[in-house]
Design a protein around this ligand. Structure first.
Ligand SMILES: NC(=O)c1ccc[n+]([C@@H]2O[C@H](COP(=O)([O-])OP(=O)(O)OC[C@H]3O[C@@H](n4cnc5c(N)ncnc54)[C@H](O)[C@@H]3O)[C@@H](O)[C@H]2O)c1
Length: 244
C-alpha cells in the first residue's frame, strides 16, 4: 500500500512554492509541482522526484486537468498548497488600469478558488485532506500603492474561512497563511530598493524579511497531522508585522 502523503504545490517554479515543494520532497511526500509553462517548473521533477504538470490557475479546464492527472498518477491527494500569485507594481489606485486590477484578482482570487474547489472535489469524497492558501499580511491590513493585491489577499482569507466552514465536517481542513515580506523574486525589487528595504526592516519587529523556507515550514505544519484541530485559521508568518 502507498503510505507516502501526496501533496500538490502551485507556483512551484519560484519563491515560496519552490521552497515548499522541495521541503515536502525532503520529508518523503509524493510531490505534484505546478506552475505556468515557460517557468523553471520542469527542473522541479528531477529535484522532487515527483511529477510536474503545467497549468494556469485562472483557467478552469487547466486546473481540472491538473487534478485529473494527479489523481490518475497517485490515486489521492492529501495536501494542496496554493502559492501561485502575482502582485501589481506599486501604483496609486487612481492610476491603476482595470486590466491590472482584474489580472491580480483573477490570479490571486479566482486561482485560489479553482485550485481549492478542485482539491475539495477530491478530498471531501476521500474524507481527509488539508488545503493551505497563501494570503498575506495584507489579508488583514492595508498598504500603500497596492490596492488590487490587498483586495485580492483579503478575499483569499475570506475564501479560506468559507471553505473551512463547508468542508471541515468532511475531514478537510482549510487554512490561510499570511506572510510578511519574504525574500523571493516577487519582492526582489522592493528589497533591492535601499529606502523601501530600510523602511521594511524598521517595520518588521524581527528586523528582516522571511526566507521562503520559513513560510514552507508553516505549510508543512498545517498539512501535518499535528495541525489536526486547526481549520479556518489565519496564521501570520510576518516577523511581528501585524503586532506593531
Ligand atoms: N514574497 C513576498 O514578500 C510575499 C509576501 C506575502 C505573500 N506572498 C504570496 O506568496 C505567494 C508566492 O509568492 P512568491 O513570493 O513566492 O512569488 P514568486 O513570484 O517567486 O512565485 C510566484 C509563482 O506563481 C506563479 N504564477 C503566477 N501566476 C500564475 C498563474 N496564473 N498560474 C499558475 N502559476 C502562476 C509564477 O509563475 C511564480 O512561479 C503569492 O501568493 C504571494 O502573493 C509573497
Amino acid at each position: 500500500m502507498n503510505t507516502k502523503k501526496v501533496t500538490m504545490v502551485t507556483g512551484a517554479a519560484s519563491g515560496i512554492g519552490r521552497a515548499t515543494a522541495l521541503m515536502f520532497a525532503e520529508r518523503g511526500h509524493h510531490v505534484i509541482c505546478t506552475d505556468l509553462p515557460l517557468t523553471k517548473i520542469d527542473e522541479m521533477q528531477a529535484l522532487t522526484g515527483g511529477i510536474c504538470i503545467t497549468a494556469d490557475v485562472r483557467v478552469e479546464s487547466e486546473v481540472d486537468a491538473l487534478f485529473k492527472g494527479a489523481v490518475e498518477k497517485y490515486g489521492r491527494i492529501d495536501g494542496v498548497v496554493n502559492c501561485a500569485g502575482i502582485e501589481e507594481k506599486f501604483i496609486d489606485a487612481r492610476d491603476m488600469s482595470l486590466e491590472i486590477f482584474e489580472q491580480t484578482m483573477s490570479t490571486n482570487v479566482t486561482g485560489s478558488f479553482l485550485i481549492a474547489r478542485a482539491a475539495g472535489r477530491v478530498m471531501v469524497p476521500q474524507g481527509s485532506g488539508s488545503i493551505v492558501l497563501i494570503g498575506s499580511i495584507l489579508s488583514a491590513v492595508g498598504y500603500g500603492g497596492n490596492a488590487a493585491y490587498t483586495a485580492s489577499k483579503g478575499a483569499v482569507l475570506q475564501l479560506g474561512k468559507a471553505l473551512a466552514v463547508d468542508w471541515s465536517k468532511f475531514g478537510v481542513r482549510v487554512n490561510v497563511i499570511g506572510p510578511g515580506p519574504v525574500a523571493t523574486p516577487m519582492s526582489a525589487e522592493s528589497l533591492k530598493d535601499p529606502v523601501r528595504s530600510a523602511w521594511m526592516k524598521e517595520r518588521i519587529p524581527i528586523g528582516r524579511p522571511a526566507t521562503p523556507n520559513e513560510i514552507a515550514n508553516t505549510c508543512a505544519f498545517l498539512l501535518s497531522d499535528e495541525a489536526s484541530f486547526i481549520t479556518g485559521a489565519f496564521i501570520p508568518v510576518d516577523g511581528g508585522w501585524l503586532a506593531l
